[in-house]
Design a protein around this ligand. Structure first.
Ligand SMILES: Cc1cc2nc3c(=O)[nH]c(=O)nc-3n(C[C@H](O)[C@H](O)[C@H](O)COP(=O)(O)OP(=O)(O)OC[C@H]3O[C@@H](n4cnc5c(N)ncnc54)[C@H](O)[C@@H]3O)c2cc1C
Length: 441
């Protein structure tokens, strides 16, 4: 079997295939495994997770692997009071109406089966309505609508509220266990980090596959299939197998050439699931000065280029790290600025949150996932308005010997590391169900 992509999904698929006795080759474009995870260390040991960083409760698959490989986690920093910047005012928590709107969304999400969002009773109406449009009517005032749009379409999907359908949002809420689970630090998706970063888990998975299973620096350009098997082509290698698991986001799967060409509906899906647009920037300070003022460094903002920040310090390191996130239109606007202007805009936003000392970092560290040819945006892909009903059923449907993995195809914790693992294991099970594919190896 061949697996395209050595992110968490491809590695999980390969491990499941290997454990079932199949021969496996994993072809990975980059010179490393792990995909959308990347960690840099400052000389003093401060850990900067530039890609994915958190795991939380109910993410049972990723947690099981953390336990199996004996890896350690640490809780996200939690000192002091959070900040909510709201129409020029400062609060410790969002004003009450946000809770009522979130409760309504969570109730709606209960009506969406994450394995078949297109079949929901109200799917047609929800798929053509944008989150921005819904919030403009459901929220009691424009600030609440703006704040929630930034938290939900932005914080969860790294998109603008006008780009995301209600059905996409409700699917995502259901898949991750509801708004409180998705948005919270302690008790939610942002609860814990891995010592050494999530890349150590990817390395452990790759090591468990044994030597010579994963080939890095091997971008797959073409997948040819006929009645006897598949042929997968990289720059300098042709691999034949009984089946292939494509464990990359649809936006990248659509850049591979298929022969015969993909059916119109599958190709249509690849065209309608763009990656999100997030800017994640770490500002590093001599110490976490905001803690002395009783502030947690955790902030959410109704306006401005930064939607949220967290205190991203590493236990055992004296340095303070404030990590700022910007999404959708705000992220795009930042990307258009020159590097100095962008840095200034980001630091001005941090000054508004924790005070003037935020304007004097030791360094500012960022990785632009949108510019990375093997990711092209983050956190994940999301179907465009109207596309869930028209193309959603193609998301996991195999095309002959081509099977689809990647976090975008998950039903639980879609968009997250945990969902990537679910998707890889599900795709492997599909392949194993097709016995002639297994016998061909
Ligand atoms: C900034 C950021 C923050 C995030 N925060 C979190 C978080 O805190 N918690 C969380 O759970 N998730 C988070 N995520 C999402 C998480 O990283 C993804 O859900 C997960 O890593 C996706 O895994 P995957 O295997 O599906 O895809 P990927 O990780 O994208 O893996 C796909 C692999 O395929 C390779 N590839 C692509 N095209 C080809 C080709 N043609 N040939 C060969 N190889 C190819 C890529 O190089 C990549 O290694 C974050 C992501 C980002 C970028």
């Amino acid at each position: 079997m061949v697996v395209v992509g050595a992110g968490f999904s491809g590695l999980a698929a390969a491990l499941a295939l290997k454990r079932a006795g199949a021969g496996v080759r994993v072809l990975e474009a980059r010179d490393r495994v792990g995909g959308r995870v990347l960690t840099r260390w400052l000389p003093d040991g401060t850990q900067l997770d530039l890609g994915a960083q958190w795991i939380g409760p109910t993410q049972d698959r990723v947690r099981a692997l953390v336990t199996r490989y004996g890896l350690a986690t640490f809780p996200s920093a939690a000192h002091g009071t959070p900040t909510v910047l709201w129409d020029g005012r400062r609060y410790a928590e969002p004003p009450a109406p946000t809770g009522a709107v979130l409760a309504l969304l969570d109730a709606y999400a209960q009506g969406v089966d994450p394995a078949a969002p297109w079949a929901a009773a109200r799917a047609e109406a929800w798929d053509r309505r944008t989150v921005a449009d819904w919030l403009a009517r459901a929220a009691p005032d424009p600030v609440t609508a703006r704040y929630l749009g930034r938290q939900l379409a932005g914080g969860l999907l790294a998109a603008a509220p006008a780009e995301i359908s209600m059905l996409q949002l409700l699917f995502y809420l259901r898949s991750g266990g509801g708004s409180a689970m998705l948005l919270a630090m302690a008790g939610g998706a942002q609860q814990d980090r891995l010592v050494g970063g999530p890349g150590v888990l990817a390395d452990a998975l790759a090591a468990a596959l044994g030597p010579d299973t994963v080939r890095c620096g091997a971008p797959v350009h073409a997948i040819v299939q006929d009645r006897t098997g598949v042929t997968v082509r990289t720059d300098d290698e042709v691999v034949t197998a009984g089946a292939v698991v494509v464990a990359v986001a649809p936006a990248l799967a659509g850049r591979i050439r298929y022969d015969p060409p993909l059916p119109a509906l599958r190709d249509g899906l690849n065209q309608r699931m763009p990656m999100g647009s997030a800017v994640k920037v770490h500002a590093v300070y001599p110490e976490p000065f905001w803690r002395a003022d009783g502030r947690s460094g955790v902030a959410t903002c109704a306006d401005g280029p930064v939607t949220e920040t967290v205190d991203n310090g590493t236990p055992g390191s004296a340095r303070g790290v404030l990590t700022a996130f910007s999404y959708g239109a705000e992220a795009t606007a930042l990307r258009r600025l020159s590097p100095p202007a962008r840095r200034e805009a980001l630091l001005d936003a941090l000054v508004a949150i924790v005070g003037p000392a935020a304007g004097r970092p030791d360094e500012v560290v960022e990785y632009d996932w949108s510019a990375d040819p093997w990711t092209r945006g983050c956190f994940c892909g999301a179907l465009t308005v109207g596309a869930w009903r028209a193309y959603g059923p193609e998301l996991r449907r195999p095309v002959g010997r081509v099977h689809w993995a990647g976090t975008e195809t998950a039903t639980r914790w879609a968009g997250y590391l945990d969902g990537a693992i679910e998707a890889g294991e599900r795709a492997a099970a599909e392949v194993l169900d097709t016995t002639d594919q297994l016998s061909l190896k």
